[in-house]
Design a protein around this ligand. Structure first.
Ligand SMILES: [Mg+2]
Length: 313
């Protein structure tokens, strides 16, 4: 989510369906080479792949609510009630719809996803990166794209890019629990990091515990083979976890917005690069991403060479 929405100023309390089965340490042992050669590109959604928040393309217009005043009300209510802003926005969305006598069902949200717009080049980005990794690695390394978003999985499911993701982790509703839909999964900026560890350990089934110990060498996607893309301070926990574990992070800013937050993140060493959220071939973002991919591929080769020496000695 765009951090501007949830910046609490006064009180600083501050692609398919998931088909991936958990990979236990037992299954990974013995298939280390093939299992390890995966690069994961992990994206935030709002402000990173799409210039605006996903609710602003169809949901808020449908109930005739101005986005600025909606997000301001979320901030005000969160402060007043000392409530979690993510739960507050999920509740307020449906409360506002109810006030306007507009019924919005799961299928409506999915249909609204078709109206979500993307930053330049996003729709072709996934094939572009897949082809690059295939060529550079001589088809020995696989790339996966993941999405971790505080936005709504229902809307993301309807977007044109949904099928490009190996997995999507996002907030979700129960649609039949109460009169108003009730949050089923809430992903905040800090809880996003749980999903980084799920990707790292290969435990992507959210019903399985992520907390069991798994030795580093048994984890299918080391952090050093991850690049995290985010647009702001709500991404800081994910960027920090990725980089502290030898992974990479790139901050992006949509053309319509200032680069200041990204520059600030770069200047204090929280990201490796920053660039405008232009995903077209040859853009600075494309060049910096492929540079990091080259770095990761080289690192994989170095580790493989060392491992071959270990085996010989
Ligand atoms: Mg964002």
């Amino acid at each position: 989510m765009d951090e501007a929405k949830f910046m609490v100023k006064k009180h600083t309390t501050r692609p398919k369906k998931n088909k991936t089965k958990a990979i236990s340490a037992k299954t990974i042992v013995g298939e280390t080479d093939s299992a390890k050669k995966i690069i994961a590109l992990i994206y935030d959604f709002d402000g990173t792949l799409s210039p605006k928040n996903m609710q602003e393309y169809a949901f808020l217009p449908k109930i005739k609510i101005n986005p600025k005043s909606f997000w301001q009300e979320v901030r005000d209510l969160s402060i007043e009630r000392q409530a979690e802003p993510l739960i507050t926005y999920m509740h307020l969305m449906y409360q506002k719809a109810q006030e306007k006598n507009v019924q919005i069902l799961r299928d409506d949200l999915v249909a609204q996803g078709r109206q979500v717009e993307f930053c330049p080049g996003v729709e072709k980005w996934f094939a572009l990166i897949n082809a690059y990794v295939k060529k550079q690695s001589k088809d020995t390394v696989q790339v996966r794209h993941y999405l971790i978003s505080s936005g709504l999985k229902e809307i993301i499911e309807g977007t044109k890019i949904f099928n490009h993701f190996h997995n999507v982790f996002a907030s979700e509703y129960y649609f039949d629990a109460y009169q108003l839909p009730y949050p089923k999964r809430v992903i905040t900026d800090t809880s996003k990091t749980q999903y980084l560890f799920r990707i790292n350990k290969g435990v992507e089934d959210v019903n399985l515990s992520i907390n069991s110990h798994m030795p580093e060498e048994q984890r299918p996607i080391p952090f050093s083979q991850m690049i995290y893309f985010g647009d702001g301070e709500t991404d800081v926990p994910s960027m920090a976890v990725t980089r502290q574990n030898k992974g990479f992070a790139i901050a992006v800013y949509p053309k319509q917005k200032s680069a200041k937050i990204c520059k600030d993140l770069f200047n204090v060493g929280r990201v490796d690069f920053y660039a405008q959220a232009d995903y077209t071939k040859g853009s600075p973002l494309h060049k910096r991403t492929t540079l990091l991919i080259d770095h990761i591929l080289c690192d994989i080769k170095v580790r493989e060479e060392k491992a071959s020496l270990d085996r010989d000695s």
